[in-house]
Ligand binder design. Sequence first.
Ligand code: MN
Length: 329
Amino acid sequence: MTAVSAEPAPSMPAPVDAIADVLATATAVTICCHTRPDADTIGSGLALGMALRRRGVAVQVSFPSPAQLPEPLSGLPGVDLLVAPEDVVGSDVVVTVDCASVERIGLLAEHFDAASTQIVIDHHVSNAGYGTVNLVDGESSCTAELILMVLDAMEIPLDTDLATCLYAGLVTDTGSFKWSGPQSHRTAARLLEAGVDGREWTRRLLDTHQFLWLTMVSKVLATAVLVPEAFDGAGLVYAVVDQVTAAGMSWEQAESVVDIVRTTAEAEVAAVFKETSPNRWAVSMRSKTQVDLIPVARAAGGGGHRHAAGFTSEGTVDEVVAAFVAAAV
Ligand code: MN
């Protein structure tokens, strides 16, 4: 696997080495994870943060919102590195992890913009490379794999804590290795050999729901609609999670509904409309093989990966759904 920069400068070392060089001499580093953090952004941020802290670097790791980390992530090693965004002091070197655009770090962008070295480590194809050093590899299954490349370049040995954080990103972003290639399995082998309890972390991160989730899912699935003519006949299935239905649910639990909806045999594309505040919607999309969701998401002001993307929208549920379906047919 090779790392690619969005704008490779011929005389510069490859981004992995350039990042390793910067981090090897830094005395303070701020690491920014994305809003509504998932296991890849937090696992990547904490692994890098723990590795740097051990070398005596002053490290702060933060994410812009919400205030609370999703419950399963709060048990990861290194969470004591996390600070609230308003408590971030900033530093000459600022790193974003798993953030396709600077908007993903919200108010932390103030610190990113002020940094003399802006490091971007990410695997989203839509990432244009908004830092001064960009390790952006759309072929990588997760940002955690790219962090491991940086740790290797810095000759930082893996231990159970670092490996656990990286494994959290790897196992979730590959859907428990459902859509991963040989490199991801090689990475998994290294991480498991370093002592990760794979069974325990897979269960915590992917196979655990509140009882309330069962009730929520049954209501949401009852709203599912199949649009066979959408996407040139490839088919669309969508469902709606409004605020009433999602009441009492953590957002990441509500988010996981798309993983059930997308199993529909008759639809190439699945979408879940989730109401984040009254008449504001976060739309998660998944495709199976032929439909590239990146242009679909971008046309609506969002972004993501070829087979997993999203955007936000405003309006009544009928308006937002109708606009999306009209664009898809
Ligand atoms: Mn990721």
